[in-house]
Design a protein around this ligand. Structure first.
Ligand code: GLU
Length: 314
């Protein structure tokens, strides 16, 4: 199955920051490509604040991320929408799955999950289906001690799509992914469910994000199928890494936006440098997103990057 693009439907992209820290060069890069992909097709951008994780999300970062986008010229046309306002929509989707007997309670602890899985090639652990086989009686007994999370039953089936950067990608839901969480044990709805419900409700048909989420996409496509929702186009861009195989994080202070604004002096300096080192622009000269739009070529995007998985920060 492949997301289709219809020239009559306007492109709607999105910024979907999690307000758990300040932006760094990697976040700016992904947002810049999202903006260029939408705007180069005459499209719009929706801003969605992904504050599903109430503990890690902080109001100060909700404000900061919006100011940062504005300052960089990464404009949005709609929103911000907040995931904390969307619980009823997630619940409706969840109830639909449950009514079709597609979810089951999972009592595994973090330690159980860790012991049962041997993650390979740095990919996510595959859930071995431990709690799928519990009888109703066993479930009732276990529920006395522990509030369960809820998992979606997945079939032993390949889900394939063509990514606008990475090319064809396929995953077997059963063997590469396993039954995945749709609701956590603390009652919060899981990322995969929320993102699928939100993308559809907000009319998002172009998803641009870091390649670390490539392996989540078959799960999201499968949920879209079950819920009768359209499939967006996907473009997964390389991660900006501090050194080989280590993505940027908060400890890389030199890549934090405040440090970038000091080093490159202006927002145009920051955007131009990021565009230059990633291959979006031929030089690192200061530039606005608008200026980059003049030469941006969506069709050439896969060949823009020397390495489709990582770009070294410098
Ligand atoms: N909120 C996620 C992040 O900031 C992005 C999720 C997505 O793009 O689907 O990493």
């Amino acid at each position: 199955m492949q997301a289709s693009s219809n020239p009559d439907i306007p492109v709607v992209g999105r910024f979907a920051p999690s307000p758990t820290g300040r932006m760094h060069a990697g976040n700016v890069f992904a947002a810049l490509v999202a903006w260029l992909v939408a705007k180069s097709q005459g499209g719009r951008i929706v801003l969605r604040i992904e504050d599903l994780d109430a503990e890690r999300s902080k109001p100060v970062f909700v404000d900061a991320v919006q100011r940062d986008f504005e300052r960089l010229g990464l404009t949005w046309d709609e929103g911000p929408y907040f995931q904390h306002d969307r619980t009823e929509a997630y619940r409706a989707a969840f109830d639909e799955l449950r009514a079709r007997d597609l979810v089951y309670p999972c009592f595994c602890t973090r330690a159980d999950l860790h012991a049962a899985s041997a993650p390979h090639r740095g990919e996510k652990p595959v859930y071995p289906g431990t709690c799928r086989r519990l009888s109703d009686d066993e479930r009732a007994v276990r529920a006395r001690d522990r509030t369960p999370a809820l998992r979606l039953v997945v079939p032993d089936r390949d889900v394939a799509f063509v990514d606008q950067v990475q090319g064809p990608y396929a995953q077997n839901l059963g063997t590469d992914c396993g039954d995945f969480l749709v609701r956590r044990s603390d009652g919060a709805f899981a990322y995969q469910l929320a993102v699928v419900v939100d993308d559809a409700a907000q009319g998002v048909n172009s998803v641009v994000r870091g390649v670390d989420l490539l392996c989540s996409t078959p799960q999201q496509i499968y949920l879209q199928e079950l819920l009768g929702l359209p499939h967006p186009q996907y473009a997964h861009v390389p991660l900006v890494v501090a050194e080989r195989d280590r993505r940027l994080s908060k400890r890389d202070r030199d890549a934090a936006l405040d440090a970038l604004l000091v080093r490159f002096e202006t927002p145009e300096g920051v955007i131009g440098h990021i565009a230059g080192i990633t291959g979006l622009a031929p030089t690192c000269d200061p530039a606005t997103p608008e200026e980059l739009l003049e030469t941006f070529d969506l069709a050439a995007l896969p060949t823009t990057f020397d390495d489709l998985v990582q770009v070294r920060w410098r």
